[in-house]
Write a protein that binds this ligand. Structure first.
Ligand code: AMP
Length: 177
């Protein structure tokens, strides 16, 4: 993607201080979602990282990952798989608990969402500490999907979430703060 488009995307992300709790600088992507040309740029920019690889399934993480993941899946002609917070998926699930800065969280995926050997990409809006993405990657591994890479619109580089993802395949983000 050209530098001008990247700069436009970057400047459209809105900083909201102290949301959802004091000390957090929330990166609000809704102004990007509201602009069809910018949203298209963002999705195409994320897809470029895949360099034309064939993808069977795109896994998106609850909730903003659903937006990016579903749009990426549709452009790739791939299926979309939601990873949801515990108790939200109707069918039989596999789940994992993971640690947050304070407390724990659980995410789940349907047992039949990914077939063994399917080529899978993970997508979310933002990589912070990496705990959520690592949990989703664990579910993909459990389903014996082949993880081609993990795509993020935004990465908070200072939180070093990449390290938590370890050697689980390429990690790409379009915009780093
Ligand atoms: P983490 O597990 O720490 O990588 O957190 C990632 C998830 O939390 C992502 O799905 C984001 O939607 C959300 N998130 C964490 N920090 C922020 C932030 N500063 N601004 C916006 N969303 C955030």
């Amino acid at each position: 993607m050209d530098a001008k488009s990247l700069a436009k995307l970057r400047s459209t992300i809105r900083d909201v201080p102290d949301f959802p709790s004091p000390g957090i600088l929330f990166k609000d992507i809704t102004p990007v979602l509201a602009d069809p040309a910018l949203l298209d740029l963002a999705i195409n920019g994320m897809i470029e990282f895949l360099a034309g690889a064939r993808v069977d399934k795109v896994v998106g993480i609850d909730a903003r990952g659903f937006i990016f993941g579903a749009l990426i899946a549709q452009k790739l002609g791939a299926g979309f798989i939601p990873v949801r917070k515990k108790g939200k998926l109707p069918f039989e699930t596999r789940g994992i608990d993971y640690t947050l800065e304070y407390g724990t969280n659980s995410v789940e995926m349907h047992v039949d969402a990914i077939l063994p050997g399917e080529r899978v990409v993970l997508a979310d809006d933002l990589l912070a500490t990496g705990g959520t993405a690592a949990a989703a990657q664990h579910l993909i591994r459990e389903a014996r999907g082949e993880l081609l890479g993990s795509l993020f619109f935004i990465e908070l580089g200072f939180l070093d979430g990449r390290n938590k993802l370890g050697d689980t395949g390429p990690v790409h983000s379009l915009i780093t703060f």
